[in-house]
Design a protein around this ligand. Structure first.
Ligand code: AMP
Length: 181
């Protein structure tokens, strides 16, 4: 099962976020789940990729040329797929993945998460999407989702589009269940 992970590119977070990214990377390597991700060497992205490698897992980085030119690419990736645009990059990541996991992140991560949820809502794919609400980071976003349901901006049945878990072990359990189902 190829897992696409969306996560922060920031190097300025508190230590617990890097620890969680590392924990997820180790678990993925141990389960033989290749990592599909944005190909960066910075922030949680770099942390998870290095952890996967440390435990002999497989890393597929997908990065646009412009970001690679800024020398933020993780060149140790087993496959480093260089795309022309950001949009092609996301498409490639989405195509290669069997499931999506979102760790805490900024605008880039949010954009990726919301797009992949939207695509599932519209029927472009039916792959599991797991939001890891570490440290309750995503509570305000989840509250906004509740507002969307409450005011009927979307249908209640779309609650199934994503699953929220509190930590990395719960994310791994959710992925195992997705794999079994
Ligand atoms: P952000 O949450 O704003 O830090 O953006 C992180 C997300 O956007 C990641 O999941 C990546 O796919 C993409 N991204 C942002 N910055 C980079 C970078 N320097 N290198 C590669 N991908 C990046």
């Amino acid at each position: 099962m190829n897992i696409c992970v969306y996560c922060s590119s920031s190097n300025n977070l508190t230590a617990n976020y890097y620890a969680a990214a590392r924990e997820l990377g180790i678990a993925m390597a141990q389960h033989r789940w290749p990592l599909i991700y944005g190909g960066g060497s910075v922030g949680l992205m770099g942390e998870i990729a290095r952890a996967v490698h440390e435990y002999h897992g497989y890393v597929v980085g997908v990065i646009p040329q412009a970001l690679l030119d800024r020398e933020v690419g993780y060149h140790a990736s087993d496959e480093l797929i260089v795309t022309e645009t950001m949009r092609q990059r996301k498409q490639t990541m989405d195509d290669r993945a069997d499931a999506f996991v979102t760790l805490p992140g900024g605008f880039g991560t949010l954009e990726e998460l919301l797009e992949i949820i939207t695509h599932r809502q519209l029927g472009y794919h039916d792959k599991p999407i797991i939001i890891v609400n570490l440290n309750n980071f995503y509570d305000p976003l989840l509250q906004q989702f509740e507002e969307i349901f409450a005011q009927q901006f979307t249908d209640q049945r779309h609650r199934r589009l994503y699953q929220v878990v509190e930590d990395v072990p719960a994310a791994v359990t959710a992925l195992q269940q997705a794999l079994a189902g």
